[in-house]
Design a protein around this ligand. Structure first.
Ligand code: ADP
Ligand code: MG
Ligand code: MG
Length: 674
């Protein structure tokens, strides 16, 4: 993404006129890529994305504010690169603007390989990125990888510089000033056009956490009395209320992308990671406070879902059920043509664009993938840049990406850009960002090893999409890791239903390569195209065979295994690691990461969300009323910074040895001083 700060975009009433043009050319662009690149083979490569918030402290007033300094910091970074690194053969990291003017995203300068060495180097790479950015901060500023800022929109002073929200313009937030929106054209366009397309600001209602002194019923005290009727009817009692896409998009996350060997492998791992999405969301939960209040959820996911919801009243009406999900939501369907991807798993009622579907099928795209693309294509473009409306469809995928990149699903299937060495990729998007790079590295490495194990053992994780949706809701609840159960596949080594001509005897030891279940693409989706329901309709979930294939387990069981049959995701990862050539030192370092995952899973270490919630509730200024004051927030952000730099211990969140590891790394890491 380039720095298109100055660019202009079309406001929704103008953009709408180009929606069909963009969709039409987007599909042509996809098909051009398909024709040219469907047979390509690539090495395994991967990379992470970490998002940070820039904080500005007012030490005297005991306030921690969001510093709206994205542009200045990124400009300074580019200057620094020119001045100091122009002649050095260094792989510099990438820094890009994220949605809000206080957010910055970092990625490795070049993707990493699947070698153990690269896996184990990612933590250093992350630290290097963080330290480079820190050099560009003022003395009273800090950089934190925090998922939700507890006082965004809470009134008082929560940004630096301070701005007042608009009280007169109906399309602007009553709580978040428009200066909070990042200056990049993409972010301005998305923010404005979500509201314009929807016909009203996107309401975000986050359940409040009821503490001993929280008023019951709870009415968000920051809401002004003289509301317009449309604002008033959006507000739910017992909820924290926000009214801007910044409320959700202003949250940070941790994402991991990998390049598959070929398109079939990408589709297969994409599918397998869909049921993993909610589990990793629960495990990485890090956002228990919004707009000056403790919430009854630990995660950002639905908050962004609401903030991205550009559906019109008719589209989202429960009665008509035209479009059941926001464009930021869990996946609608699986995409692999493997035998294990059965009709019964694809039970979502999401509509699809029939013309797009037919065009793709007529072009030879298999039904699962055609359905997926046709579902993305029910959406309108939010970002239309006048200069890029006419494109060379043989050499651009910008129109395809306009639709794809504003369908924010839990897992994303990414296509190769034309004329580039980049292949078929999968992006895993549910994880909340962690405070330390040790944790971020642990989660990234775990996810990458899991994706390798999925390929190696050909595991079958399919469960119905409706159960994944249910898991997604459960994952966000307060203390979901210890309090909730999640649907998962009971026997991950067996076929979905017995193949007609094959007697399959599964074995349960994950240490051996399992019988390959990925039989050559057999098109299982034989249901005729129907005007209302998608080709894979809700047809066979009632079968007893199917139902017994899915069981409810705790996150601990899903991660660490249950009984003889279920090895746990960590069991699969360990089996994969045992099959690699690993020396003692490497094993030790990997062990630290995998141990963190194990302990977060079994609850012996708490989630970041739990740590933050406990800190707030134990603060001397906390009145047991769910309110996170400026002072509490100031002490919290200070404490989070200290945890990261290991000047404060948090033995309930991190392994006891974490502070020693940080000082060891700092003394042995050559790139810290680069
Ligand atoms: P997006 O903007 O869609 O989120 P980015 O372009 O920021 O995606 O890249 C996401 C991640 O993909 C980064 O960590 C980057 O290092 C990584 N990446 C880049 N090229 C490849 C590749 N060929 N294979 C795998 N990962 C890649
Ligand atoms: Mg990002
Ligand atoms: Mg991304």
């Amino acid at each position: 993404m380039g720095l298109l700060t100055e660019g202009s975009f079309l406001s929704w009433d103008q953009a709408e006129k180009y929606a069909n043009h963009i969709r039409k050319h987007g599909i042509t662009q996809f098909l051009n890529v398909w024709d040219r690149q469907k047979g390509r083979r690539d090495p395994f490569l991967w990379g992470d994305e970490i998002e940070y918030m820039v904080i500005s402290y007012d030490h005297e007033g005991k306030n921690a504010r969001l510093a709206l300094r994205q542009s200045e910091i990124l400009d300074a970074f580019h200057q620094l690169v020119q001045d100091t690194c122009a002649n050095k053969a260094m792989a510099l990291p990438n820094f890009v603007p994220e949605t809000s003017a206080y957010m910055i995203e970092s990625t490795p300068g070049t993707p990493l390989t699947g070698s153990l060495n690269d896996l184990l180097s990612v933590e250093n790479c992350m630290r290097h990125r963080r330290s480079l950015l820190r050099r560009l901060l003022k003395s009273d500023e800090a950089l934190v990888s925090l998922t939700s800022f507890p006082r965004l929109g809470a009134g008082g002073v929560f940004t630096e510089p301070h701005y007042e929200p608009s009280t007169t313009e109906p399309h602007h937030s009553l709580f978040i000033p428009r200066e909070v929106v990042g200056p990049h054209v993409r972010h301005r366009a998305i923010n404005e056009n979500i509201t314009l397309r929807r016909g009203s600001k996107p309401p975000i209602n986050i359940p409040v956490f009821f503490d001993a002194n929280t008023p019951q019923p709870f009415f968000d005290p920051t809401i002004p009395p003289d509301l317009s009727p449309i604002d008033a009817e959006s507000i739910l009692p017992d909820h924290i209320y926000l009214d801007s896409s910044e409320g959700g998009f202003g949250c940070c996350c941790l994402q991991v992308t990998f390049q598959a060997a070929n398109v079939d492998e990408a589709k297969r791992v994409y599918d397998a990671l869909i049921p993993v999405g909610p589990i990793m969301l629960a495990l990485t939960a890090a956002s228990p406070a919004y707009k000056g209040h403790l919430a009854d959820v630990d995660c950002r996911w639905n908050v962004i879902g609401d903030s991205a919801d550009d559906r019109t009243q008719e589209e989202r009406s429960e009665k008509s059920q035209q479009i059941p999900k926001s464009r930021y939501a869990g996946n609608y369907s699986y995409i692999s043509s493997d035998f294990n991807n059965r009709n019964e798993h694809n039970d979502s009622s999401m509509p699809y664009d029939e013309a797009v579907y037919e065009q793709l099928i007529n072009h030879g795209i298999e039904e699962p993938l055609a359905t997926h693309i046709a579902r993305l294509y029910i959406r309108d473009p939010l970002l239309v840049i006048p200069e890029t409306i006419n494109q060379d469809d043989a050499n651009s995928i910008d129109h395809f990406e306009t639709i794809q990149s504003t369908n924010w699903q839990a897992v994303r299937f990414k296509i190769p850009p034309p004329n580039s060495p980049i292949g078929w990729r999968v992006e895993f998007r549910t994880m909340e960002v962690q405070l330390t790079d040790f944790e971020n590295a642990a989660f990234a490495v775990f996810l990458i090893l899991l994706s390798r194990a999925i390929v190696k053992y050909g595991v079958n994780f399919y469960i119905p999409i409706s159960l994944v949706d249910e898991n997604m809701e459960r994952a966000q609840k307060r203390s979901a890791v210890t309090e909730e159960k999640f649907w998962f596949r009971k026997d991950v080594f067996s076929a979905s239903t017995p193949p007609p001509s094959q007697t399959h005897t599964p074995t349960h030891s994950p240490s051996a390569k399992k019988p390959s279940l990925d039989a050559p693409a057999e098109n299982t989706a034989a249901v005729a195209l129907n005007a209302v329901s998608p080709p894979w309709s809700q047809d066979s979930l009632s079968s007893n065979v199917s139902q017994t294939q899915y069981v409810e387990m705790t996150v601990g069981e899903i991660i660490n295994g249950k009984g003889e049959v279920f090895p746990g995701l960590l069991g699969l990862v360990n089996a994969y690691v045992n099959s690699m050539d690993v020396d003692q030192g490497e094993k030790q370092k990997l062990g630290k990461y995998l141990d963190l995952i194990k302990r977060r899973g079994n609850g012996s270490l708490c989630t970041t969300a739990t740590w933050i919630r406990n800190f707030i509730r134990a603060h001397p200024a906390y009145a047991n009323d769910s309110v996170v004051t400026e002072e509490i927030n100031y002490d919290l952000i200070t404490a989070l910074e200290q945890i990261e730099n290991a000047t404060r211990r948090a033995n309930d969140l991190l392994p006891e040895e974490y502070p020693e590891w940080v000082s060891d790394e700092a003394s042995t890491n050559p790139i810290q001083s680069a």
